[in-house]
Design a protein around this ligand. Structure first.
Ligand code: NAD
Length: 526
C-alpha cells in the first residue's frame, strides 16, 4: 500500500479521502530534520503553507511521487527541485475561487455602505445616521482586472447585484468574458469608467505595480479600489498619495506589499478597509482544498491524468480522451527511436500534422515521447514531469511544430531524429491502434508491437529471400513482412514482425548479407 505523510493540519474530510487509498500518517509538528529523516518512507507528502518543502527534503524523498498543497500558493515548495526529481507538485486552485469572490463582494458592500465605520461609531455610543450615507451597487460599473477563476466568480455575483461589468484581461477572449456577464475593455477605459475596481490577477513581473500613480489618477474621485489578489499589484505609496489627495474615495485591501502592514500609513485612513489576508479562509475552501488534493493523489496513484499539476501540463478529462490514442502512439514511437538511434541523439523535431495540430497543448505528447526515449537508457526515472529537464541536461534539442494537413490520415506524428552519426525519421498515426506509416520516407503500415526487426537494404533481387532464409535457419518465424522502397533497385526499408527474439549474432549475420546496410531488432511490448 502507498504511504502518505500529512505535515500541516488539513480538513478531516480530506484525511478520510486519503485513507481510502493509502496508509496515512499525520504529523503536524515535525522539525525540518525529522522531515528529512522520515520522508524517504513516503510516496506522497501533503502540506498547507506551514511546511517548508526544501530541496533537501525533496532529495531525501527517495520514494516521493507527489507533493500536494492543500490550497493554492506553492511558495513553500521548491518546485524546481521537485521537477528535476520527477515529482509532481499538485494544488487545489479551484478550492478558493468562490470564497475569495465572496470576500470581494463583502468588501465591496463594506465600502459602499461604510459598514466598518458605522460599526465603530455605534460602539462608541453614537447614533449618527446621516454620517453613513452610502451608495447602491445597482447600476454601478465594476471594473474587474483579471477575469480568471476568481474574477469570473466576482463578475457573476456582481451581475446579480445589477452592476455593469467591465473587465481587463488581455489573455482571454470576448466570448469567455461575455459568458460571465463582462465586457472586455482596455485597462485605461476600465479605470476611467468604473465606480469600483477590483483586482484578480497573479503577481508577476508584468502586474507588479500595475496600479500606480498614473492609473489611480485615471480613476473617478468617487471610485473605490479593492485588492484581494496579491500585495504589490497596487503600488502602496501611490495609493497612499491618492487617498491623501482624495483622488479616489477609498480602498479595501486583503493583501499588502508587506504582511502584516504594521507601520503603514494605510492603517490611518477611515476610508480604507483592511483584512489580514483572509480572502481564502473559509471552512468550505479548506475542506474543498483537502478533498481536491486527496482526489488528485488518488488519480495519480491510479495512473489517471492529473488535473492541477503545477510542474507539468495538466489535461482535463475531455482533452485526455482526445489525446489518449496519441499518448499511446508516442510511447511506442519513443521506444522505437531509442532502439533505432545508433548513438547519442542530438535533436528531435516533432511535427504534429492534421487534426491533432489544432489541439491547444501538445506538450504532453512531446513529454511522453521523451520519457519513452530516455527511460530505457537512464537509471534515474524519467517521467512526464522531468522529461524536458532531463532531455535538456543531456543536450537533446527538442523542437515542436504543427502542420494542418496529414495527407491521407486524420492525424500524423512525424519525428525527425538527428544522432551523432545519422539522421532518420518515423511517422505514426492512430487508426483503432497505433501504426507506423513511414520510416525514413518509405511508406509502411505496421503496428508497433511485440518483436520487430527493421532492415535497411538495397532493393535488388534475392535480398528479401536471403533475409527470410537467414532467419529461418535460426528458427525465427516471420509473422509479418512489409517493404517500403523508393524505386526498384534503390534504397528500401523492411519491417518484420517475428515470433522469436533475434539474438545479436543472428542480427550480425543478417547485417553481413549482400545488399543489407543495417538491421535493428527491437522489442515493443504490447
Ligand atoms: P487565475 O489564474 O484563474 O486568473 C488570473 C487571471 O489574470 C487570468 O485570467 C489571466 O489571464 C489574468 N491576467 C494575467 N496577467 C494579467 C495582466 N497583466 N493583466 C490583466 N489580466 C491578467 O487566478 P485566480 O485563481 O483567479 O487568482 C487571482 C488572484 O487571487 C491571484 O493573485 C491569487 O494569488 C489571488 N488569491 C488570493 C487569495 C487571498 O487569500 N486573498 C486566495 C486565492 C487567490
Amino acid at each position: 500500500m502507498k504511504k502518505i505523510l500529512v505535515t500541516d493540519p488539513i480538513n478531516e474530510k480530506g484525511i478520510k479521502e486519503l485513507e481510502k487509498i493509502a496508509d496515512v500518517t499525520v504529523k503536524t509538528d515535525m522539525s525540518q530534520e525529522e522531515l528529512i529523516d522520515e520522508i524517504g518512507k513516503y510516496n506522497a507528502l501533503v502540506v498547507r503553507s506551514g511546511t517548508k518543502v526544501t530541496r533537501e527534503v525533496i532529495e531525501a524523498g527517495k520514494n516521493l511521487e507527489i507533493i500536494a498543497r492543500a490550497g493554492v500558493g506553492v511558495d513553500n515548495i521548491d518546485v524546481g527541485a521537485a521537477t528535476e526529481k520527477g515529482i509532481m507538485v499538485v494544488n487545489a486552485p479551484e478550492s478558493t475561487s468562490i470564497t475569495v469572490a465572496e470576500h470581494t463582494m463583502g468588501l465591496m458592500l463594506t465600502l459602499a455602505r461604510k459598514i466598518v465605520l458605522a460599526d465603530k461609531s455605534v460602539r462608541r455610543g453614537e447614533w449618527n445616521r446621516s454620517k453613513f450615507m452610502g451608495i447602491e451597487l445597482k447600476d454601478k460599473v465594476l471594473g474587474i482586472i483579471g477575469l480568471g477563476r476568481i474574477g469570473s466568480q466576482v463578475s457573476l455575483r456582481a451581475r446579480a447585484f445589477g452592476m455593469k461589468i467591465l473587465a481587463y484581461d488581455p489573455y482571454i477572449d470576448e466570448e469567455s468574458a461575455e459568458s460571465v456577464g463582462a465586457t472586455l475593455v482596455e485597462l485605461d477605459e476600465l479605470l476611467k469608467k468604473s465606480d469600483i475596481v477590483t483586482i484578480h490577477v497573479p503577481l508577476t513581473k508584468e502586474t507588479k505595480h500595475l496600479i500606480s500613480r498614473r492609473e489611480l489618477k485615471m480613476m473617478k474621485n468617487s471610485a473605490y479600489i479593492i485588492n484581494c489578489a496579491r500585495g504589490g499589484i497596487i503600488d502602496e505609496e501611490a495609493l497612499i498619495e491618492a487617498l491623501e489627495n482624495n483622488e479616489i474615495a477609498g480602498a479595501a485591501l486583503d493583501v499588502f506589499e508587506e504582511e502584516p502592514p504594521s507601520d503603514s500609513p494605510l492603517l490611518e485612513f477611515d476610508n480604507v478597509v483592511l483584512t489580514p489576508h483572509i480572502g481564502a479562509s473559509t471552512v468550505e475552501a479548506q475542506r474543498d482544498a483537502a478533498i481536491i488534493v486527496a482526489n488528485e493523489i488518488k488519480r495519480i496513484f491510479d495512473g489517471k491524468p492529473p488535473q492541477n499539476v503545477i510542474n507539468m501540463p495538466s489535461l482535463d478529462r475531455e482533452s485526455f480522451k482526445l489525446l489518449k490514442p496519441y499518448i499511446e502512439l508516442c510511447e511506442k514511437m519513443g521506444l522505437m527511436i531509442t532502439q533505432l538511434a545508433p548513438d547519442k541523439i542530438k535533436s528531435l523535431n516533432v511535427v504534429y500534422a492534421g487534426e491533432i495540430s489544432e489541439f491547444k497543448s501538445l506538450d504532453v505528447l512531446t513529454r511522453t515521447l521523451l520519457q519513452n526515449i530516455l527511460n530505457p537508457i537512464l537509471t534515474e526515472p524519467v517521467n512526464i514531469v522531468n522529461a524536458h529537464t532531463i532531455a535538456e541536461k543531456r543536450g537533446i534539442v527538442v523542437t515542436e511544430s504543427r502542420r494542418p494537413k496529414a495527407d491521407n490520415y486524420k492525424s500524423v506524428i512525424q519525428i525527425d531524429v538527428e544522432t551523432k552519426s545519422e539522421k532518420f525519421s518515423i511517422e505514426g498515426t492512430y487508426t483503432n491502434k497505433p501504426k507506423i506509416i513511414n520510416i525514413n520516407g518509405y511508406k509502411v503500415d505496421v503496428e508497433p508491437k511485440g518483436n520487430m526487426m527493421i532492415v535497411k537494404y538495397r532493393d535488388l533481387p534475392g535480398t528479401i529471400g536471403a533475409i527470410g532464409t537467414k532467419l529461418g535457419e535460426h528458427d525465427i518465424n516471420i509473422a509479418i513482412m512489409q517493404v517500403g522502397r523508393e524505386k526498384p533497385g534503390g534504397e528500401a526499408v523492411m519491417v518484420l514482425k517475428v515470433d522469436q527474439k533475434v539474438p545479436e549474432d543472428v542480427l550480425e549475420e543478417v547485417k553481413s548479407l549482400k545488399n543489407v546496410e543495417d538491421a535493428v531488432f527491437m522489442i515493443l511490448n504490447n
